[in-house]
Design a binder for this molecule. Structure first.
Ligand SMILES: [Zn+2]
Length: 481
């Protein structure tokens, strides 16, 4: 049977929440793992976004290599944005590497695993799976088995529950979804032996995005009633983990996040700024005017009532950059990026790209929040493709990513006309990702890796650790770093 590694993903898991709850004695399973094993900060990827971070964990390479920077990607030749999925991951995943070594894998709900690829074992895909109507399992008939056995399965709890039914109901749904996932995991563990088992909890990220300022024990808007609901959620996570560990028998256990969490005070509409600074130009056409009208109607909820959803979707599609940017006059634009801005320069000339980025960097660092006078941008990080001679225009990597200061994030929408907006509870996320996440190793994992006393790790470092623990030779690109 060989060695076994058991991994729990807590999306957006942070010590800011876990430590106080552990001190209160409310998370006995996690506390025991920390006491007996080892724990620390797990640094996220740049950008600290769910899709790139979990792709880095699955492949052991950085976002610059695997090319996934957010949930969206931009096709330079077609000038359109699209959702990414597992087919965009150009490196073998942990699931594939372990399968190829003849070992058995169970992967449940890990982000960027849809559509599921063939592995030696079972896979249930995670966030970005369109719905439970789609083929979200490998093998394909596992889906019918799950639905037959459990009647339902929730991949992701919609934010609509919060908007329509309130926070308490929302938290209740999150708890239910993760409890059901645990039942499915225990059922799968009974079906088969395994060497690598991962169960991912997406709900923690949803909860923290929705309510961060109210549930952050250090925050000035801390709300004890909401924190109590949050306690129920984390207690149930702890109990879920306890059940899985008990059934797993002897195994190396890793509890990990993809990024940490913090408050989101204000969102900066970067494309609006690029427009004002002359880096971006809009087309003026009849079509564009029609789109503007729909957006305005949308703003007051009128379009929702009078234009059928399908038609609105069609109009939305026209909001692709191809339709509304004047490509002859646009120098730089941000097609996607909700936390960090993923910036593309509209040029094939390396010298010109560098000149535009230098100018833009200088200006964007000067941006101040008009209300507080605070700086909004921490730094502009050039991805550097154009400097080392290997620049490929077709590759969908941005030319730079722009890192916000703490408390800020970006929005790439063209629909908003103001430079800044303040996110509100129920309407949008009021928490944002931060670099510092969490990692916990049980005693077996801690001892075998001789990591006692090792300083903090980054998410991509766990991949070779897991392979080494299982005795699988590392691919050369992982050794190179
Ligand atoms: Zn995440």
């Amino acid at each position: 049977m060989g060695k076994k590694v058991l991994i729990f993903g807590i999306d957006g898991g942070t010590w800011k929440i876990l430590r106080p709850l552990m001190k209160m004695g409310l998370l006995p399973t996690l506390s025991q793992l920390v006491d007996e094993g080892d724990s620390g900060i797990l640094y996220s990827t740049l950008p600290p976004v769910t899709a790139p971070a979990w792709t880095t964990f699955q492949t052991g390479v950085s976002p610059l290599k695997h090319g996934i920077m957010d949930f969206l990607s931009f096709d330079r030749s077609k000038k359109t944005c699209g959702l990414i999925n597992a087919s965009n991951v150009g490196y073998p995943t942990l699931w594939q590497l372990v399968s190829r070594a003849g070992m058995k894998v169970i992967s449940i709900n890990v982000p960027v695993t849809y559509p599921p690829k063939e592995i030696n074992g079972y896979m249930i895909s995670g966030i970005l799976t369109p719905s439970t109507e789609s083929t979200f399992t490998y093998p394909i008939d596992l889906k019918e088995e799950i639905l037959g056995e459990f009647g339902e399965y929730t991949i992701f709890v919609s934010h609509d529950v919060l908007r329509l039914k309130g926070f308490k109901k929302f938290v209740g749904k999150l708890i239910e979804a993760e409890e059901l996932r645990t039942k499915v995991a225990l059922w799968l563990m009974n079906k088969t032996s395994w060497n690598l088992l991962m169960i991912h909890n997406q709900s923690s990220d949803s909860l923290q995005h929705a309510a961060w300022p109210f549930i952050d024990p250090e925050g000035e808007n801390f709300n004890f009633e909401m924190f109590e609901m949050c306690i129920e959620f984390y207690k149930s996570i702890d109990e879920n983990i306890n059940q899985i560990i008990n059934q797993a028998g002897e195994a190396a256990v890793i509890i990990m996040s993809d990024h940490g969490f913090g408050p989101l005070q204000k969102v900066f509409n970067i494309n609006r700024w690029l427009l004002e600074e002359g880096f971006l130009k809009l087309r003026t056409s009849t079509l564009r005017r029609a789109e503007q009208l729909v957006r305005k109607l949308d703003k007051y909820n009128i379009a929702r009532k009078v234009i059928p959803v399908r038609k609105r979707e069609k109009i939305r599609k026209r909001l692709d950059f191809d339709h509304y940017l004047d490509w002859n006059l646009t120098k730089a634009f941000v097609p996607y990026g909700s936390l960090y801005a993923c910036l593309f320069v509209n040029s094939k000339d390396k010298g010109e790209i560098k000149t535009i980025l230098d100018e833009l960097s200088e200006k964007v660092l000067e941006v101040k929040d008009p209300e507080t006078g605070n700086r909004v941008v921490n730094r502009l990080i050039m991805t550097g493709n154009y400097t080392d001679g290997s620049y490929s225009f077709e590759r969908s990597l941005p030319d730079a990513i722009i890192e916000p200061e703490n408390g800020y994030s970006f929005n790439s929408s063209m629909a908003r006309e103001a430079l800044f907006y303040t996110p509100s509870f129920r309407k949008g996320a009021i928490g944002r990702h931060e670099m510092e996440g969490i990692v916990i190793f049980n005693k077996e994992m801690a001892l075998s890796m001789h990591i006692k006393g090792k300083d903090d790790l980054s998410i991509g470092e766990l991949t070779p650790m897991i392979l080494s623990y299982l005795g699988i030779p590392l691919p050369f690109y992982m050794v190179e770093g």
